[in-house]
Write a protein that binds this ligand. Structure first.
Ligand SMILES: *[C@@H]1O[C@H](CO)[C@@H](O)[C@H](O)[C@H]1NC(C)=O
Ligand SMILES: *[C@@H]1O[C@H](CO)[C@@H](O)[C@H](O)[C@H]1NC(C)=O
Ligand SMILES: *[C@@H]1O[C@H](CO)[C@@H](O)[C@H](O)[C@H]1NC(C)=O
Length: 266
């Protein structure tokens, strides 16, 4: 008799438990209102890249491409104001197309946290990439615990100095050097022609770059251990995992009630 009562109570109350579980799932699935996307140029300016942000804001092409890329995920690398200062004479010399390409060269159409950037070393296409005729790619490479970016036209490498903004689907990192695409600048191996007096400005900035590189290398031995080559990991996203545990708790409550009622009846 006891067992029959218990079974009857469970039969009545178990469907309630199941529907509560469904209810729990529905609650967990309810879409949260998407947060307003950040103002990318404002974030860059706040993160020490005022000059670069102003150039993006002043280029309708670049600005609209940055903004529309933000929806699908974007990682931007903004040169700091220090880096831009020595580059401005060179920038002003570019055509309007060249300027837009240079700005778009500083972002990739994928969101990368710093951790996923570290595990995704290699060649990346940028927002300036347009088919194979305009490759506009660069190479991401770990160097000690830093992430660097290199092109064949850059004498040294650019290093990520700071995370300016990082919230999926947008990441912005500050760079200590402007990235120079080979599509706009000669590869460094090319022998330089005899410098004319006017050409002094870029030459000076290059030697400054070189000396900065030596300074950065100074504390070498400790930071030199390269990470193992097989460090690549696929980044796993667990977006859907949130709702399940709560549903199970909700389901457990009516079951406990059923058991208690059954016990009371006995
Ligand atoms: C973003 O911020 C800049 C100032 O940095 C401002 O001029 C611009 O209007 C803002 N854009 C939007 C879409 O709010
Ligand atoms: C600008 O372009 C001219 C002509 O190509 C060149 O002589 C000059 O050195 C360039 N200046 C800079 C700062 O790149
Ligand atoms: C990157 O760009 C260079 C220069 O245009 C090109 O030769 C190379 O094939 C590109 N690499 C990849 C992986 O697309």
């Amino acid at each position: 008799m006891r067992h029959l009562l218990l079974a009857a109570a469970l039969l009545v109350l178990l469907p309630l438990a199941v529907s509560a579980a469904d209810g729990g799932k529905a609650v967990a699935k309810a879409p949260a209102a998407p947060p307003a996307p950040p103002n990318i140029t404002a974030s860059m300016a706040k993160g020490g890249c005022k000059a670069f942000a102003a150039l993006v804001a002043a280029s309708p092409d670049a600005l609209s491409t940055f903004q529309s890329a933000a929806d699908g995920g974007v990682t931007a690398f903004c040169p700091t104001d220090d880096a831009m200062r020595s580059f401005m004479p060179t920038y002003k010399n570019l055509t309007a197309d060249g300027k837009a390409s240079l700005l778009l060269f500083h972002a990739v159409p994928v969101y990368y946290s710093l951790r996923s950037l570290k595990s995704n070393n290699g060649v990346m296409n940028t927002l300036a990439t347009d088919g194979s005729a305009k490759n506009f790619n660069f190479t991401v490479q770990n160097e000690g615990d830093k992430v660097t970016i290199k092109t064949d036209a850059n004498e040294g490498v650019a290093r990520i100095k700071d995370t300016v903004y990082d919230k999926d689907p947008i990441a912005i990192y500050a760079l200590d050097t402007v990235l120079e695409p080979v599509e706009l600048f000669d590869p460094v191996e090319a022998p330089a022609p005899a410098p004319a007096p006017v050409a002094d400005a870029p030459k000076a900035s290059k030697s400054k770059k070189a000396s900065r590189r030596h300074v950065a290398d100074a504390p070498g031995p400790a930071g030199d251990d390269a990470p193992p080559a097989d460090e690549k990991k696929s980044s796993k996203k667990n977006a859907a995992a949130g709702g399940a545990p709560r549903s199970r708790w909700l389901a457990a409550v009516p079951v406990a009630v059923a058991v208690a009622v059954a016990a009371a009846l006995v």
